[in-house]
Structure formats: structure tokens, C-alpha cells
Ligand binder design. Sequence first.
Ligand SMILES: [Fe+2]
Ligand SMILES: [Fe+2]
Length: 290
Amino acid sequence: MKAQENEDKNPLSSLEEWEDDVLKRYPEPGVPAKSKEEFRNYDSPEIDSVREFYRLNHKYQTYDNVLAKKENFLKFDKKEMPWWSAMEYLNQLVDDSDPDTSLDQLQHLLQTAEAIRADGHPDWFVLTGFIHDLGKVLCLFGEPQWNVVGDSFPVGCRFSENIVFSEFFADNPDSKDERFNTKYGVYTHQCGLENIHMSWGHDEYLYNITKNYLPEQALYMIRYHSFYSQHRERSYDHILNAHDQEMFKWVDKFNPYDLYSKSPKAPVVSELKPYYEDLIAKYLPATVSL
Ligand SMILES: [Fe+2]
Ligand SMILES: [Fe+2]
């Protein structure tokens, strides 16, 4: 771990820098890709920081890292608070670097949820939109950005070349470990995602927080919403099973709301709060243990 001490563990100026990069990779279908000038009106130091972020993510997201993070965070012994307070707690992660929309976390979540609601989807789908990034509180517990955000992917088997900046996996010790560097690694043909460890981050964390309370479709959306190499390139069909493929239709349904609902018009939190408090009360316990 010595080398890590010399690295800036948080190269992104905010977590949104990763999401903005995802949006550039996967622009909204039918909408011409925004030019960089339109999207961000200053030149791009962010390209280097996104690159550095992925270098760290791909180097350190090992099978053992995932097991260690699960061991620590799935005890849920860090904090307990009402759900709405947790959403406000997440909002301490402010993004003061983003000239595009300058929306905070709560506003991104409300925009995602309101876009889902406007399309007439079931209320649990709206709630999923509202809470889907709550797992980013990991940052507030001192976790480095590479253990919180970034495209997620299975660990324990060969890393797909379709994962962004896949060349950086050369520095991941699992790439040289015979247990993990074959097509199937520790898994078997179409063994199903339920038997697979994903890289650690806000998706996996929130899935574990909500798994006893939300419909299975919602849990797939939460757990796999950053699994872009599967959404977009279907790179892991050999380990997904038929049920995963069925459920992934919901992940695909959710994804555009996450990526394409950003609008510069900030939702009025006080107007929306009663509706979301009711939704929380309908599906979730009074408090959340983080
Ligand atoms: Fe997310
Ligand atoms: Fe999101």
C-alpha cells in the first residue's frame, strides 16, 4: 500500500465529474452529442482527473478489496438516521466545480425521480430514482472516490475489454492471479449475478441497505445502475443467467432517467418533500442504518 500514500486518492473535483464523463460516452439517443464546449465551457483539466480516477479504480478494485469492503460496510454500524435526514446528509457532498447545472445530489435525485413519475411509472420505481445514489455517503465515511463511483464490473474473473480505460487493469494484481484472470475465474457458465461479486461502490452498498424492502426490479436497478459494460455492450452474458437477462430490462429502463434527466431547473425541495416522505414511509423503515 506504500505507493498509494503518494497518490491523490480523490483526483475528481467532485463525483459528478465521473457522471459527466459517462454522459459524454453515452449521449442521449437521438440527441446530437453535445460538444465539449457546450457541455462544459472551460478547457478540460477534468479529462486528466477522470483518467487518473479510472487508473486508481482499476488498479485497486480487486476481489480482496470487495470482500474487505463488504465485511466493513455491511455491518451498517456507522450511522442511523431517518431516511430524509440521510438524503440531506448525502447532500454535504457539494459540487462546487460544475458550471453545467450546479445541481446538488438531492436535486439530481429529485430530477431523476420526477422524470420517472412524469412518465407514469409505479411509485416504487419513483422511489428508486429518488434514493439510487444514497450509497455515495461512502465518501463521507472517508472512502476514496474509486471505492464509491465509477463504472462497476464483476471481480473474480477476467476484466472485460469493454470497460472504459480497461488498459489500466494491467496494474490490478487480479490480472496476474490465475484464480481470477480467466474468462470465468471463480464463476461458472451463466451462474447468475447473485453469485457474483461486483466491484465495490455506491450501487452495491445501497442494494444491501434496501434489499429487504423494495421489489426485485428496483433492487436490480440500484445494484447494477453503473454496470455500463453490461448495459451497453452485454460483455458478461456468459455469467448472467436467464433471470438476470429478464431483470436487466428494468435496469435498461432506469438508466436513461439517471443519465438524461439533468436539467438546469432546480426542483423545489420543500414542495416535493411531503410526496417523497410518504413514499419512503410506504416502502422503507423509519430509519436507515448506514
Ligand atoms: Fe449512481
Ligand atoms: Fe445517479
